[in-house]
Design a binder for this molecule. Structure first.
Ligand SMILES: NC(=O)c1ccc[n+]([C@@H]2O[C@H](COP(=O)([O-])OP(=O)(O)OC[C@H]3O[C@@H](n4cnc5c(N)ncnc54)[C@H](OP(=O)(O)O)[C@@H]3O)[C@@H](O)[C@H]2O)c1
Length: 289
């Protein structure tokens, strides 16, 4: 059985991956900045800050396989480089890395270009690797929970575009499957999408069906979207990342469906209806995602 360490253990992708790995017999360890958050995970934790390389010395000792995820900030390539170096020095055999859809050196979005820096660094390292490039998480729609609860409306700057978003639980299930048996996935870069491209009107209908209330999608301009994000204080980097992704998706960028989730899991990706049902309480209460 392998010893697996995950960074971002308190975040949405890694915590769902930890849940998938429970009961597999592998020893699962979370890297956290805050030990109190680690305690709530119910697994062994090690404390380290990707922003402070000295705190990573020893963090990867005796680890076979690592899942490396960084938070969406302009420091992500620095954080990933620190993690990769610490993992390499500790003798980690395989790294599964969280990248993003369309990441490439010439990508038309900042987040994609920064992810590409880390993808390249990992590919050029002597580490075994698998890179995951998921599409828009359906869980991002939880941002709209307050307006869905109050007005029965969700506001996005996506025009009439259809995008093959993915449920975080499918990203986690794929990640767990690879961490448990990395061999067949060594050297691969996977684009992960849901099973079909959906417009925001279709997403709103699925949420409405789940909470038994009419929910409308109201297309807004990029400027209005950014004003709204600014008001809730997501920070400059996330504002730019959202602006880029919304503008690109609205033009049909990366709208193709892949069969990777089905090939790896042996079942189709979860539907938007399934996502909406599992988060119905959030959309009814208006708890922001
Ligand atoms: N949202 C999407 O649609 C989408 C799609 C494709 C790819 N992605 C990629 O997914 C990643 C984000 O994943 P997520 O949604 O799971 O993130 P998340 O929920 O925001 O969690 C981020 C995690 O990173 C940890 N963290 C932050 N700064 C750290 C530091 N200096 N040292 C150690 N840990 C630190 C946080 O820990 P604390 O609890 O200590 O803050 C938290 O556990 C990004 O790389 C993004 O580009 C997102």
């Amino acid at each position: 059985m392998a010893k697996i360490l995950l960074t971002g253990a308190s975040g949405q992708v890694s915590s769902a991956t930890i849940a998938e790995l429970k009961g597999t017999g592998h020893q699962v360890i979370g890297l956290v900045r805050d030990p109190a958050k680690g305690e709530r995970l119910g697994i062994d934790v090690r404390v380290g800050d990707l922003d402070r390389p000295r705190t990573l010395e020893g963090a990867f000792d005796e680890i076979d396989t690592a899942f490396l995820l960084t938070a969406p900030t302009d420091a992500a390539p620095y954080h990933m480089s620190n993690a990769l170096w610490a993992a390499k020095r500790a003798g980690v055999k395989h790294v599964v890395r969280m990248s993003a859809i369309g990441a490439a050196p010439g990508a038309p979005n900042l987040n994609g270009r920064l992810h590409a820096l880390s993808d390249q660094e990992l590919r050029a390292s002597a580490l075994g690797f698998t890179i995951l490039q998921p599409h828009f998480f359906w869980q991002n729609l939880l941002f709209s929970a307050p307006t869905i609860a109050q007005e029965g409306a969700m506001y996005w700057a996506l025009g009439e575009a259809a995008l093959p978003g993915i449920d975080v639980n499918d990203v986690a299930a794929v990640t767990a499957r690879i961490l448990a048996d990395p061999g067949p996935h060594a050297g691969k870069t996977y684009t992960l999408t849901g099973g079909e491209a959906l417009t925001m009107h279709q997403a709103a209908t699925a949420i409405g069906d789940a909470i038994r209330k009419r929910v409308r999608y109201v297309p807004i301009t990029l400027e209005t979207m950014i004003e709204g994000l600014s008001k809730i204080g997501v920070g400059d980097y996330v504002e730019v990342a959202y602006r880029d992704y919304m503008a690109l998706y609205a033009q049909g960028w990366q709208s193709q469906v892949t069969d990777t989730v089905k090939r790896i899991l042996g079942r189709p990706p979860r539907s938007i209806a399934d996502f909406a049902r599992r988060h119905a309480d959030d959309f009814v209460s208006g708890a922001p995602g």
